[in-house]
Design a protein around this ligand. Structure first.
Ligand code: ATP
Length: 354
């Protein structure tokens, strides 16, 4: 983790997402059904910042990054909100196809979970660089390849990989090439979707270092998605925690690990293994809710050991408890119910708020 200027995203904003709602909208026999996978999310990513997005399976992480990349197709639909990048003069959904293609790789790039999503199995690696990077680099072929080789060398990749077919390389090597591809045009913003999940821990460590190195070298901003909190501890400057389509907590990574406030984040941190700790880890009771029929009030309340009446009735807003820390929990930040009654304060919840 690296402390950087503007790491709270408050100044020099590269990505500003406001009240984003993206639902899977389906019709069955004339009845409409919506899966509210991203439901009213607002967040900002600062210049040169790695913003980590965490949360269990089905919490909406992938849907969120597909939506901010404008890489959606039916039934996924943007129902509301806005997505502004600093390098665009308008919302990304106001760009036409040609304008979107022009910013991809050059300004906004992507590191997928599986490198085979970007590398063509029947073509040499060189061809992938030609397909994705050449149109954006505006260089004659010879100088283009000199630039590619220099970039590979900076990332400690031998230029010989350009002549290989993807199947001739290990998974770790392919993922390094996917990182080189995503960074070679020096994009302003990179979206990384579980880029190390499929790798063993030793390779994972070196790939994480490579991502960090590449991001520093080109000084771009990044959203890094993984459910693996240990990976976030290694790479993310700030963390947003998603639960059931909503952002429930956000703070600098060190702060989340040191002093998690939301009961769900506290559970995520408490369940991490620690050397020498032999105590049994308690699982959360219940299962994640259906996003087609999410629970009323706080979506976490059916599993929350501290749920009270207001949690069943009123959705807790994500509010700042200090300038760099936001939490959506009635126990942490008192809310006003429609009938004007306040929810419990932090003091009433001894043990929950540190
Ligand atoms: N094509 C689809 N049609 C309908 N619902 C979908 C579709 N894709 C995803 N969903 C639903 O959207 C919700 C969010 O899924 P999403 O894949 O974004 O979560 P995630 O946090 O990325 O999970 P994972 O870590 O398992 O990838 C889930 O309830 C999922 O079932």
């Amino acid at each position: 983790m690296n402390a950087r200027p503007h790491a709270d995203g408050s100044a020099d904003v590269m990505l500003d997402v406001k009240n984003l709602r993206a639902y899977y909208v389906m019709k069955y026999f004339g009845t409409q059904r919506e899966v509210r996978a991203v439901d009213d999310i607002s967040l900002r990513v600062g210049r040169n910042e790695i913003y980590g997005l965490a949360g269990e399976s089905s919490s909406g992480k992938t849907t969120f990054i597909k939506t901010i990349a404008a890489a959606i197709r039916p039934p996924l639909t943007v129902v509301g909100g806005s997505i502004r990048y600093s390098f665009l003069d308008r919302d990304i959904y106001r760009l036409d196809r040609a304008a979107l293609s022009a910013i991809r790789w050059r300004h906004l790039s992507y590191i997928p979970q599986g490198s085979m999503n970007v590398l063509n199995p029947v073509r040499r690696v060189r061809e992938s660089f030609i397909d994705f990077a050449l149109p954006h680099m505006d260089l004659p072929k010879q100088r283009f390849f000199a630039a590619i080789v220099a970039h590979l060398e900076r990332l400690q990749l031998a230029p010989g990989v350009l002549d290989a077919y993807p199947h001739e390389l290990s998974g770790g090597m392919r993922q390094r090439i996917a990182i080189a591809l995503a960074t070679v045009c020096r994009p302003d913003f990179i979206i990384a979707d579980e880029p190390t999940t499929a790798l063993d821990v030793v390779v994972q460590k070196s790939v994480l270092e490579l991502i960090r190195e590449a991001q520093r070298e080109i000084a771009s901003s990044m959203i890094f998605v993984t459910h693996d909190m240990a990976v976030h501890a290694n790479i993310s400057d700030r963390l947003g925690i998603m639960y059931a389509g909503r952002l429930v907590e956000e703070a600098p990574t060190a702060e989340i690990f040191r002093s998690p406030k939301h009961p769900y984040t506290q559970h995520l941190i408490a369940s991490l293994p620690r050397i020498g700790d032999l105590s049994a880890k308690r699982a959360l009771t219940g299962a994640p809710p259906s996003l087609a029929e999410p629970p009323s009030g706080c979506r976490f309340h059916p599993r929350c050991p501290l749920a009270m009446d207001i949690c069943r009735e009123t959705h807790p807003e994500l509010v700042s408890i200090d300038p760099r820390h936001r939490v959506a929990c009635h126990a942490v930040s008192p809310a006003v119910r429609p009938d004007g009654v306040f929810g419990a304060t932090a003091k009433q919840r001894t043990g929950l708020v540190q």
